[in-house]
Design a protein around this ligand. Structure first.
Ligand SMILES: *Cc1c(COP(=O)(O)O)cnc(C)c1O
Length: 379
């Protein structure tokens, strides 16, 4: 089978040592009785789900979180036997697959439990289906909202002959990455009021994404769902500083594919939106918005030979043009994210220019960009 991206020098580089560094920092900082589960949804935030999961496991992660069932199945197929929690709602028709692969799922309604129980019975599934009860304390996304609904669900889960293993209970904060903690405190008090309904708490009790663990560590339960920070990205963007150095794991590079002198007055790319004010050296870089390098990045910059070079004209689907300070040979390295000489472009810089967050840029990097891994001794 052809792997699309195999013959391509436009590449996402992932430094697994950086991932291990970030996890190690969190491992030493958290309560020793609290487990760290690595969140590797969305292809490991664009970094590669399997490689990230393996690096995280080596650094001490004892479980994994994903968003959709197939991500969990991919981890199982790669030989990961640790707990895997699907954070989103899986369609109950897949209850047998979930149980047979020993996967845990978030549940936010008793309807879901009833439908899943019927599927398990119809398929004569022997294994229990592991459930983490989701509580909606103010995120407004999934989960039980009232003590009465929660109590009903716990009764179903703990009924005699229940096909379920009530393994966890959790919530998710909407504003843990903000300096103002008013809404966070409101959610925290909702959480405390809701879990008071459960006589005996399940094995895993968890509320913390990266931001919660970094800035509200006191309320961590016995698991943290460590996501964006493990990739070395600050969950708050630039609003709050992290308690330790987060080391970004990802860089994105290409090579000049074509270089030419453009005469004064000539234009570049679709719409002819850029016209050379004088004779200029123009390099063509083989990456575009189909790779997740957004069209809005016209006017932003890349690094060539340690120098900042403007992206001129519209970003195309597969190519873009940059203005070079002088002629460079075809094959010269172009850094779109990362460091060259004493210049750095971070995912945060790219996101700022696009008016979005680094999460979106990282997980938007297309699969046709090959991922190249390094592990260790990088300076
Ligand atoms: C994505 C997600 C996380 C991880 O969040 P980060 O901000 O990346 O740490 C944790 N919990 C839930 C429920 C999520 O959806």
């Amino acid at each position: 089978m052809v792997v699309i991206g195999e013959h391509r020098h436009t590449q996402v580089h992932v430094d697994l040592q950086a991932i291990k560094h970030n996890i190690n920092e969190e491992m030493t900082r958290k309560d020793p009785l609290t487990e760290l589960w690595a969140v590797v949804k969305a292809n490991g935030y664009g970094h590669g789900i399997i490689q990230v999961a393996q690096a995280a496991k080596q650094a001490g992660a004892t479980g994994f979180c994903v968003a959709v069932l197939d991500e969990a199945l991919a981890l199982r197929q790669a030989g990961i036997t640790a707990p895997i929690l699907v954070l989103g709602i899986v369609e109950p028709e897949f209850a047998a697959v979930i149980a047979e692969h020993d996967i845990s799922v978030a549940v936010g309604s008793t309807d879901w439990l009833a439908q899943a129980a019927a599927v398990l019975a119809a398929n004569q599934v022997a294994q229990p289906l592991h459930v983490h009860v989701a509580l909606d304390t103010g995120m407004g996304r999934i989960g039980f909202q009232t003590p009465a609904e929660l109590a009903d669900a716990v009764n179903v889960l703990r009924a005699a002959n229940s096909p379920f293993d009530f393994e966890g209970i959790f919530t998710h904060f909407a504003t843990a990455d903000q300096a103002d903690d008013t809404y966070f405190m409101h959610q925290l008090s909702n959480w405390k009021a809701l879990i008071a309904v459960v006589d005996e708490l399940p094995r895993y009790v968890h509320v913390s994404n990266s931001a919660t663990s970094l800035w509200h560590q006191a309320c961590n339960g016995n698991v943290i769902r460590f996501g964006v920070a493990l990739y070395g990205l600050n969950p708050s963007g630039t609003e709050l500083s992290a308690p330790y150095h987060l080391q970004p794991a990802l860089s994105l590079t290409a090579e000049l594919a074509f270089v030419k002198k453009l005469a004064r007055g000539k234009s570049i790319s679709y719409g002819a939106t850029y016209t050379a004010a004088q004779d200029e050296w123009i390099g063509t870089v083989p990456i575009g918005y189909a790779d997740g390098y957004e069209r809005r990045l016209q006017g932003f910059h890349v690094l060539v030979d340690g120098q900042v070079c403007e992206i001129v004209g519209r970003v195309c689907m597969d190519q873009l043009m940059v203005r070079l300070p002088k002629a460079y040979p075809v094959g010269t390295k172009v850094t779109l994210v990362g460091t060259d000489g004493d210049q750095t472009i971070s995912l945060q810089d790219v996101a700022d220019y696009c008016g979005t967050i680094h999460y979106e840029i990282a997980c938007g990097l297309a699969t046709r960009l090959p991922r190249v891994y390094t592990d260790g001794e990088s300076d």
